[in-house]
Each structure stands twice: as structure tokens, then as C-alpha cells.
Design a binder for this molecule. Structure first.
Ligand code: HEC
Ligand code: HEC
Ligand code: HEC
Ligand code: HEC
Length: 468
């Protein structure tokens, strides 16, 4: 026996290697085919079976886009819903002037004193802009800017300046489609896009290029085309007052520098500013913007239907859809989330009301000073305080969401508004005392919409409303 002989190596038959190789390759090919098939099915489920119809560059008709994207179109159409109130928002109708007559007096001399209702869903934008008493024969085409998918086409055809200067009424036959797909999407790629030049220009004025915005930023910027503060430069050109920043003090500095005012107050003769709806600006100061949560995350959350995930285009109050919006990130119960929001809003609303009371009193005190014969030059300072205080209040009040988008910032601004209004009253009290009126001015009853309107009418007609 040869004990030195090493045992033969235990080699596998030659064919085993290639077989394992082929088997593995086969499995990979099958898995790949399966993945492709799943993806194709998903794709088919998301897109209609028919090939997508090309959509024209400026197609305004939501129904035409809807043929390619039925889920998004159907959910968009739900923005016609009304009657689903939440504590402070949700489905209209809500008439702010009936509910809060202070605003009748605060806007004396401005159309908002006559007609101010809660906004409705995007579906109603054409009906609502043509129905409001705030639009008159003098209104420029600019007032259509945030209302219709026909606007991008008209701006391209006519040029922005010509479009803006054409009277509102003259464009009525050419602007018929409510807010929709064209406002936010590029029809060729369906990418989000900015169709309104004022937002691009506002970015440029801040030294930023909007084309460099991230995808997540775009999910808010499409809304910022319309849900912002703006004014009409040279009576027509839509402009955002952002050159110094988006905070309320930045805007005040901007408006003061160009000596702009929207109206002269009918009672106090103060040169006033009317805030629009600075939703994007206020949101920018809140925790959610800080954490990169977009408007769409809350107002257009994802939805699943038949295994397909898509963006819910029923833009509405998130409190009507807590499970798909807030609850995706916050693992609190629905009732708890609603209560948290309402508690924040109730606190902001209380401070807001205090600001309104102080401002109403300040306007009436200024009118009393005029009756007492205080020199106009002496009223400039108090009027400036009232102008600033009321814009601060309006920046919060006209914004949607009753402060939820940035509770701390809204409360800070309202506190400054109250302080400003009371400073004005103190200054007026001194001026009145110097004229021998040491008793506080007598304020008329403006506690209902009708009573407030009657007082304003008397002031406008130059009738004596005795305040001393
Ligand atoms: C963290 C979630 C969240 C984000 C982000 C957010 N919102 Fe809101 N928004 C809310 C809540 C909550 C309300 C209050 C709804 C209510 O009172 O019924 C609200 C109210 C509104 C309303 C009034 C709706 C109504 O029914 O009263 C508008 C308009 C609005 N937001 C626009 C925007 C815009 C534009 C942005 C982005 C610039 C934005 N929101 C970002 C949660 C959010
Ligand atoms: C107010 C702006 C806005 C309007 C109006 C709008 N969309 Fe969208 N759409 C969005 C946003 C935001 C997304 C999410 C995009 C993302 O995150 O990439 C989106 C996504 C989509 C997508 C991608 C798939 C999905 O569901 O996420 C399609 C398709 C689409 N929208 C179709 C439409 C159609 C059709 C209309 C008109 C009926 C429309 N959109 C109107 C903002 C809008
Ligand atoms: C083209 C302009 C435009 C764009 C873009 C736009 N909105 Fe609006 N939005 C409006 C107008 C105008 C109204 C009021 C319509 C009415 O009252 O008829 C409105 C109403 C709303 C309301 C309903 C308020 C309520 O009380 O129910 C919500 C919520 C809202 N918008 C959120 C958004 C969000 C979020 C985005 C971005 C994803 C967005 N909007 C993009 C112009 C726009
Ligand atoms: C995409 C995720 C996301 C969504 C959707 C979202 N949130 Fe938030 N929320 C956050 C983040 C992130 C914070 C910051 C908390 C932190 O970083 O600890 C926050 C903070 C908060 C806070 C604390 C605010 C403060 O001042 O400290 C409240 C309240 C809140 N969210 C309510 C809501 C409500 C109500 C909704 C739905 C309308 C909502 N959130 C939707 C992510 C989200």
C-alpha cells in the first residue's frame, strides 16, 4: 500500500459549472421579464390603453387633458364641491362681511367693504370673478390673471402688457375655462411649469432664477403663481412686492418707497394698502416650509385607486382629507389632528379680532381729530401708523388657513398691528387734548353690516357724524 499517496481531489463533473451558470442566467432573465411586465402593467393602468393624444401647447380645456389623464381630471372636477365647512375654512359659502362687520368699516372706500366672500374651489373661478361686485367697468384685464387656463395663451398672443391693459369686460368672450391643467403643467412632458410671468419676475427681482427651483419647490411654486400678495403697477401690470423680501416688513418698506396706496380710507382719509392673499409668503415662515413640506403635500396628497397611486387633484382644505394628508407624516389620530389645527386657529382668530377692534377705533379717532380741526400735517404720523397696522392685520387676515400655515409669525404680526393701532390712538388723543377735547371720541354703532355701511355712507356724503 502506498500510504504516501494523497487522496484524489474531489472534482465535480465538468458539466456542473456551465449548468449552474445557465440556470442563474435563466432565472435572471425570467425575473427581468417579470419586472418589465409589472412595470408595463403599472404603466398601462396609469395611462389609458389608447395612445396619449397630443395636447396643444396652450390647450385651455381641462376635459381635453382629461382624456389622457382621467384620474387627475375626475379628482380635479371635485373642486366644484361646496357645503363642506370646517371651523374656519372648508367648503363655502361664507360671507365675511355678514360674519364680521368690522371688516366693512376697515375697508371703507374699497370694494372689499361691499363684497367679500370666502374663496371656493378652482372649478368656480370664472363664475366667481364675473359674479363679484368688486369687478367694475374700470377693472383691467389683469383681474383675469389668476382665474383661467385661457390666460397663458392670451398672454402669448397679445403680450403681457397688452393683455393687462385691455379692459376686463372686453376679454370676457375669450376667457371661459376655469383654473386647471394648463396653469400648472407642460402638456408635452406633464412636468410642472410656471405659466405666470409675475412670479418669474419676482424671483428675478430677488436675484434668483426660478428655473433652478427643485422638484419639491415646484410643488409649492405652482401655487405661488396665484396664492400671493400682489399689486397693479401703473394700474395694470401684475407685480409681487418681493424685491426687499417676502416678510410683512419687507413689503411695507417696498410700498412706502414707491409711495403706493390702494385706496383712501373713507372715514380716516388714510392712504391704505389692501393685502391680497399672501398664502405662499406666510407659509414660507412656518415649520412645514422649513422642513421642506410643500403645499401639494397637504392640499394634493397621493391617493390610491385600483392599485394605482396618483396625485389627488381635488385641491381643498386638508381637514376634509386628514387621513391622506397630515396623517401620512403625523401618527396622531384624526380627531387629535383636527383639534390641534382648530386650537391653533382659534388662538390666532382671537388676536386677529383684537387687532380689528383697535383698528376700527383708530379710524374713528382720526375722523374725530379732523372734526376737531387738528391740522392735516399733524395727522400724517398717526395715519402712517394706521396704514402699517392695518396692512399687518390684513397680511394675516386675507391669508387663508386662519394662521395655521405659520402660527407664530401670524401672532407676532398681529401683536405689532395692535400696538401700531393703539400708538396711533394715543397720538390722536394728545392732539385732541391740545384742542380742548379731553373726553374720548364718541364712536357710532357699527356692530352690524348694515349699521357700518350706513356710517360709511354718511362719511362719504359729507354728512356730519358727530364724534366729539
Ligand atoms: C402642513 C400642511 C399644509 C401646507 C404645507 C399648506 N397648507 Fe394650506 N392649509 C392647511 C390647513 C390645515 C388649512 C386650514 C383648513 C381649514 O381651516 O379648513 C389650510 C388652508 C388653506 C387654504 C384655505 C382652504 C380652506 O378651505 O379654508 C388655502 C387656499 C391654502 N391653505 C393654500 C395653501 C398654499 C398655497 C400652500 C403653499 C404655499 C399651503 N396652503 C400649504 C394645511 C397646509
Ligand atoms: C394647481 C396646480 C395643478 C393643476 C391645476 C393640475 N395639476 Fe396635475 N399635478 C400637480 C402637482 C403638484 C402634481 C404632482 C407632480 C409631482 O410631484 O411631480 C401633479 C401631477 C400630475 C400628473 C402626474 C401623475 C400623478 O397623478 O401624480 C398628471 C398626469 C397630472 N397632474 C394631470 C393633470 C390634469 C389632467 C390636470 C387638469 C385636469 C391637472 N393635472 C391640473 C399640479 C396641478
Ligand atoms: C391660476 C391661479 C391659481 C393657481 C395656480 C392655484 N390657485 Fe388655488 N385658487 C385660486 C383662486 C382664484 C381661488 C378662488 C376661486 C373661487 O373662489 O372661485 C383658489 C382657491 C383655492 C382653494 C379653495 C379655498 C377654499 O376655501 O376651499 C384652495 C385650497 C387652493 N386654491 C389651494 C391651491 C393650491 C394648494 C395650489 C397649488 C397646488 C393652488 N391653489 C394653485 C387661484 C389659483
Ligand atoms: C410631508 C410630511 C408632513 C405633512 C404631510 C404634514 N406635516 Fe406637520 N410637520 C411635518 C414636519 C417635518 C414637522 C416638524 C416637526 C419636527 O421636525 O419635529 C411638522 C410639524 C407640525 C406641527 C408642529 C408645529 C410647531 O409649530 O411645532 C403641527 C401642529 C403639524 N405639523 C400639523 C400638521 C397638519 C395639521 C398637517 C395636515 C394638514 C400636517 N402637519 C401635514 C411634516 C408634515
Amino acid at each position: 500500500m502506498n500510504t504516501n499517496e494523497t487522496p484524489p481531489a474531489r472534482t465535480l463533473p465538468k458539466w456542473v459549472g456551465p449548468v449552474i451558470f445557465l440556470l442563474t442566467a435563466g432565472i435572471i432573465v425570467v425575473l427581468a421579464l417579470l419586472a418589465v411586465s409589472i412595470m408595463e402593467r403599472r404603466w398601462e393602468a396609469q395611462r389609458p390603453a389608447l395612445a396619449l393624444k397630443p395636447i396643444a401647447q396652450w390647450e385651455p380645456d381641462n376635459a381635453v387633458w382629461g382624456q389622457n389623464y382621467p384620474r387627475e381630471f375626475e379628482s380635479y372636477r371635485n373642486t366644484r364641491e361646496t357645503g363642506t365647512r370646517t371651523k374656519f375654512g372648508g367648503g363655502p359659502p361664507r360671507d365675511y362681511l355678514d360674519e364680521n362687520p368690522r371688516q366693512v368699516l376697515l375697508f371703507a372706500g374699497n370694494p372689499f367693504s361691499k363684497d367679500y366672500k370666502q374663496a371656493r374651489g378652482h372649478f368656480h373661478s370664472i363664475a366667481d370673478v364675473t359674479g363679484t361686485k368688486r369687478i367694475s367697468e374700470k377693472s383691467p384685464g389683469t383681474c383675469w390673471t389668476c382665474k383661467s387656463t385661457d390666460v397663458p395663451r392670451l398672454m402669448a398672443d397679445m403680450g403681457v402688457e397688452q393683455f393687462s391693459k385691455t379692459p376686463f369686460a372686453q376679454l370676457k368672450d375669450r376667457v371661459t375655462h376655469s383654473i386647471g391643467c394648463q396653469d400648472c403643467h407642460d402638456p408635452a412632458t406633464m412636468n410642472l411649469r410656471i405659466t405666470r410671468p409675475a412670479l418669474k419676475e419676482a424671483f428675478a427681482a430677488q436675484g434668483r432664477n426660478i428655473n433652478e427651483a427643485t422638484h419639491q419647490e415646484m410643488r409649492s411654486l405652482v401655487c405661488a403663481q396665484c396664492h400671493v400678495e400682489y399689486y397693479f403697477k401703473d394700474k395694470a401690470l401684475l407685480t409681487f412686492p418681493w424685491a426687499k423680501g417676502r416678510g410683512v416688513e419687507d413689503m411695507l418698506a417696498y410700498y412706502d418707497e414707491i409711495n403706493f396706496s390702494d385706496y383712501t380710507h373713507a372715514v380716516s382719509k388714510t392712504p391704505m394698502l389692501k393685502a391680497q392673499h399672501p398664502d405662499f409668503e406666510v407659509y414660507s415662515h412656518g415649520i412645514h416650509a422649513y422642513r421642506g413640506v410643500s403645499c401639494s403635500d397637504c392640499h394634493m396628497p397621493y391617493r390610491t385607486e385600483g392599485g394605482v397611486k396618483f396625485t389627488d387633484h381635488h385641491v381643498q382644505s386638508p381637514l376634509l382629507n386628514i387621513a391622506n394628508s397630515c396623517a401620512v407624516c403625523h401618527r396622531w389620530g384624526e380627531a387629535e389632528i383636527r383639534q390641534r389645527v382648530e386650537s391653533i386657529q382659534t388662538k390666532v382668530a382671537a388676536v386677529k379680532q383684537n387687532a380689528e377692534d383697535a383698528l376700527v377705533a383708530a379710524h374713528l379717532d382720526l375722523a374725530a381729530a379732523m372734526q376737531a380741526g387738528v391740522a392735516e400735517a399733524d395727522l400724517t404720523g398717526p395715519r402712517q401708523l394706521v396704514r402699517h397696522a392695518q396692512f399687518r392685520w390684513d397680511y394675516v387676515s386675507a391669508c387663508n388657513g386662519m394662521g395655521f400655515h405659520a402660527p407664530q409669525e401670524c401672532t407676532r404680526i398681529l401683536a405689532d398691528a395692535i400696538n401700531g393701532a393703539q400708538q396711533a390712538r394715543l397720538a390722536v388723543a394728545r392732539l385732541l387734548a391740545a384742542k380742548g377735547h379731553s373726553a374720548p371720541p364718541k364712536h357710532p354703532d357699527t356692530s352690524t353690516r348694515e349699521k357700518a355701511a350706513a356710517i360709511i355712507k354718511a362719511f362719504e356724503a359729507g354728512e356730519k357724524v358727530n364724534l366729539l
